[in-house]
Design a protein around this ligand. Sequence first.
Ligand code: NAD
Length: 298
Amino acid sequence: MARIGFIGLGNMGGPMATNLVKAGHDVTVFDLSEAALATLKEAGAQVAATAADAVKDAEFVVSMLPADKHVLGLYLDSEQGILPAIPEGALVIDSSTISAEAARELAQGVIGQGRRFIDAPVSGGVGGAKAGTLTFICGGDNADIEEARPVLEDMGKAVFSAGGHGAGQVAKICNNMLLAVLMAGTSEALQLGRKHGLDAKVLSEIMLQSSGRNWTLEVYNPCPGVMEGVPSSNGYNGGFLVDLMRKDLNLALKAAAGSESFTPMGEKAAELFDAHSENGAGSKDFSSIFDFFEQQGK
Ligand code: NAD
């Protein structure tokens, strides 16, 4: 069993760290939120007073923070960065969704200081984090990814190597751009059916058994009342926030601009999620885009 320092105990990081504790690892955690720390203490983790304290004896450091600035600040900030506190040779695993550029900058900083680094963003949502069935999409040296594998498998069901440092983040934003398009498209279709008097549950079942089948219909239906245990049936609370999806779409569109890729569907999805957020839904689960279609269709 490994000594693990875990930073960032939000919707995703909380259940991920809990699963590492359950698997028998020696886990020390830190978050800015006292409530998040209390939950992990209850689950059996050791709680550190600072991020640097959480990693000072670690063989593995896992971070699960919102965006580029939080991750770069955590490790590389000239005054408060925790990199000097991490033991030499330790393996840093950043599972946040950040830009490929930030992941490469971080890799360079971490490796330059004698530690090791992989980017390992995840797919599978809060449900996957709780159930320990996440998919890890890694970028970095294969030997480091293989060393991380047993730890990642205690939080997930699949570990992929997408290529070198930053490649995990590129694969992740390709996936999330597609997810945004699928969620918007599924919401659009359900709204169209409802306007014609169809029952959303029946229509969902029909599309699930037809060529429109996709992940949102399988496990994350956006229409309230169709599926139990998903954000749409809980006031769109918890889950994956609209503003985090907007962040991922921005990352995808920036990556597209930098590579002269053609991404009109991603652009349209970004436009829709931006408008939804401007209406005040930024902190709702991203499946609430269904609500936006319902409102616009009135
Ligand atoms: P969240 O906002 O619920 O949690 C982020 C946590 O980081 C919070 O608890 C916050 O207090 C903490 N934090 C921020 N700055 C910190 C610092 N300097 N030191 C310590 N703690 C700090 O976000 P989340 O939903 O858990 O998402 C985390 C990452 O995972 C994001 O990059 C997101 O895009 C990605 N992601 C989320 C989902 C999802 O379904 N929620 C799915 C896949 C990937």
